[in-house]
Design a protein around this ligand. Sequence first.
Ligand code: HEC
Length: 116
Amino acid sequence: MLSSKIPKLLVQCLLISAVFVSLNALSDSVDVAAAEALAKRSNCNKCHSIDKKKDGPPYKETAAKYKGKSDAEAKLVKHMTTGPTIKIDGVEEQHQIVKTKVDSEIKNLVHYILSR
Ligand code: HEC
């Protein structure tokens, strides 16, 4: 009786872990090359780097600031697409707008920044 149950349990365990693995892969799936190419194309690197302070905050700092915040994605999409007024050395200017209109490309860059 017991011996016939073990394979079934095993299959169930495998199935459950497969679901978790694919869920994780979904939430973490960042196309790093595409994100970096878009950042380069949009001139973001002029003021941002992953971990060094330039005119703008490093991506690691932004990731830490928004860690665990459910509105992080929406806030950063807005920041990158609406060109809010920022101050650099006391001088006001419009923040760079990301050079794409494709939602999935913008979100990919946001997820890239948030996962640094
Ligand atoms: C001319 C310099 C400059 C360029 C170019 C620039 N940024 Fe920024 N960025 C800043 C500054 C300065 C801040 C800080 C603004 C503030 O805190 O008010 C900032 C803030 C940010 C933040 C943090 C926003 C937040 O809510 O904490 C992100 C993310 C960001 N920039 C992404 C980008 C991306 C993506 C690009 C390219 C599309 C880009 N930046 C181009 C200067 C720049």
